[in-house]
Design a protein around this ligand. Sequence first.
Ligand code: GLP
Length: 241
Amino acid sequence: MKILIAENMEEFDNLGASIVADVINNKNDATIGFATGSTPIGMYQKLIDMYNDGKLSFKDITTFNLDEYVGLEKTHNQSYYYFMHDKLFDKVDIDENKVNFLSGTETDTFAECKRYSDLLANNTIDLQILGIGANGHIGFNEPNTDFNSVTREVMLTEKTISDNARFFESIDDVPKSALTMGINEIMASKKIVLLANGKNKADAVYNMINGEVSAECPASVLQLHNDVVVILDKESASRIK
Ligand code: GLP
């Protein structure tokens, strides 16, 4: 793992954006795996700035998002579909025909997950962007997920529901389950960049980098990948050795 510790959030966002931009500029039709959450928002803004400055085009890329809440329509302001369009896709020249999402509103969630798994099996992700949950989850692969897992429906842990409640009117509005890419599919990406910031991520970051490779901290599996860049701020890096 290559670990970069940013001096401030400006540097944090720029470090992430330059990795994404390098991958796309080296391969215009790259396949990029996108992540949601508050952590990558600043990086997405930097990518929009690069696009506005004529330094980056998204028109030939294919995208896959990591996960989606079950039960939220695309138009719901907390759906990850809405998030990605609001924070990045609607502001750049992305080709909507090349945007791939899990749908959280299919009655047959099993078939929906199979559809996505099959797509992933036929598309190698050149760069997967990841955040990390305070409990070490990646995507919505919660602690004790099998490393061989593929796209499926998962129940969210109480910790994740309470962490994500800040985005909803009340904790009761947070969906109880989600569809997520599996760990096996995340690990199949050629390159991975994981971003974490804030004190509440310090334990998860420590377990990911210095802990044993264990399903108790799903992100620790990244120790087994040969091209991972971890971008941290000083607070999230405060426990690592
Ligand atoms: C959600 C997402 C994860 C994300 C995590 C951290 O649970 N499913 O992909 O990494 O939240 O979010 P934040 O960046 O807001 O801390």
